[in-house]
Design a protein around this ligand. Structure first.
Ligand SMILES: [Zn+2]
Length: 434
């Protein structure tokens, strides 16, 4: 889930609107453009037998999709076969990309859910369980490394839960434990909002927000309790100081469930080379975010330039709905975000591969993976990546850059499994077992 104030989204391939505007060009230019577009899409869609074999033999894990917003607000059915559905995740799309496990993001908008963060967290958790319950032959809830492996053997999508934003626990460690019992296996210490115990990168420069210089003492205790429970500590979204505090206190490897590299794209949501090396030292893993404003500097600047007007449009839409007595859902804002994102050209897939490559070079091949942010970026993913079905293109691109099959399997999920397994071991150890 991206922050709405300083980022932007999206660009659909050739929507009806864009095709119509193309028809107003002179005919020759139109023919040339279509021919180029076809050539580009043909080359980007060629998956070699070797890439296909690697993809199909790997346990492919994505650590961040915001699809639960759709389950809850839109009654979206993950078994949807609607060819016009703009979503990134469906059971068919997951199967086409051999996606084995998805961490569904439990994200509670801190503005529209004031006073009932935990209740909305529970509603979103339920929405994922309901999907699994309705499609038991194709999908299963998963709570451990063993569950992910079992789902893989049974050819089912493993559905895991990750809470995005520490505000969900309402400063109550009892709730943290309850969420663990309900199956939550990671928690992002903060979302874009600083909470009572962790500073966020999203508002760190806002003087109106009360900050803590990283994690409070209570925040450090929450990290240790997460270690004890076996809930992965997720440092995506947090302020830099919060990151270093978490790294210093944690007894288990951490994850960045959906973050990219700041050396390539200068966004505060991304990680500096020093942070990448600190994650490597900690034994953790950085799961690269696919969002265009995090992987392409030109896109990021364009999104930033339009942010004032875009935010005004989102706010005006919300006011209009409120005036009509309607509640404003994530999807209402997402619709406007998509229109604005469509004004910025999508970067090529190579932009995303550059981030994977950079993190593999700086942190090491054992510390990089995939954290798409599917269904959370208003469609703003690089060219060719329109859903989970396109994941094999990443494998092909890594092969083209000289990565070995073994390296690629680590990126696709092996590294995350190693970190998860280690977090499970630390949990057993802290609970007095072996
Ligand atoms: Zn997010």
């Amino acid at each position: 889930m991206v922050r709405r104030t300083n980022q932007a989204p999206f660009h659909p391939p050739l929507t009806r609107h864009r095709i119509e505007s193309l028809f107003t060009m002179n005919k020759l230019a139109f023919v040339v453009i279509i021919a180029l577009a076809c050539a580009a899409s043909a080359s980007s869609q060629t998956i070699s037998a070797k890439a296909r074999e690697i993809q199909n033999s790997a346990i492919v894990i994505d650590t961040h999709a915001d699809t639960p917003q759709r389950f809850l607000d839109e009654n979206y059915d993950i078994e949807s076969t609607d060819p016009h559905d703009p979503g990134h995740i469906s059971l068919d799309k997951a199967k086409a990309g051999n996606l084995g496990a998805e961490f569904f993001s439990i994200w509670v908008d801190p503005e529209t859910n004031q006073g009932h963060f935990a209740r909305h967290t529970l509603d979103l958790i339920d929405s994922v369980y309901e999907q699994a319950a309705h499609h038991p032959d194709r999908m299963m809830m998963a709570f451990s490394v063993a569950d992910i492996e079992r789902a893989h053997h049974e050819h089912k999508l493993a559905a895991l839960l990750g809470i995005e934003g520490g505000h969900s626990i309402e400063n109550d460690v009892h709730l943290l434990r309850d969420f663990y019992r309900l199956g939550v296996r990671y928690m992002t210490l903060s979302w874009s909002n600083t909470n009572e115990w962790a500073d966020s990168s999203g508002d760190i420069n806002d003087p109106k927000v009360e900050h803590h210089n990283g994690l409070t003492e209570g925040g450090k205790q929450i990290v240790l309790e997460m270690n004890r429970l076996g809930m992965l500590v997720d440092i995506s979204h947090v302020a830099d100081k919060t990151f270093y505090d978490a790294i210093a206190v944690t007894k288990a490897p951490v994850i960045a469930s959906h973050s990219s590299a700041r050396a390539l794209t200068n966004h505060p949501r991304n990680m500096t080379d020093d942070m990448l090396q600190a994650v490597a030292k900690n034994g953790g893993v950085v799961q690269v975010n696919f969002y265009n404003a995090f992987i392409d500097e030109t896109y990021r600047k364009a999104a930033e330039a339009q942010s004032k007007d875009r935010n005004a449009a989102v706010a005006a839409n919300a006011e209009k709905l409120k005036a009509a007595g309607k509640t404003v859902s994530y999807l209402d804002s997402d619709r406007i975000e998509r229109e604005w994102a469509a004004k910025i050209p999508r970067p090529p897939l190579s932009a995303l591969i550059d981030h994977i490559d950079h993190i593999a070079k700086i942190a090491g091949i054992d510390h990089v993976g995939l954290g798409s942010d599917f269904d959370g970026v208003s469609g703003a993913t690089p060219t060719g990546i329109d859903s989970a079905a396109d994941l094999p293109k990443i494998t092909q691109a890594l092969l083209d850059r000289g990565y070995t099959a073994n390296d690629i399997r680590k990126i696709l999920g092996g590294n995350l499994l190693r970190v998860f397994r280690e977090a499970e071991r630390v949990s057993r150890e802290m609970q007095g077992g072996r």
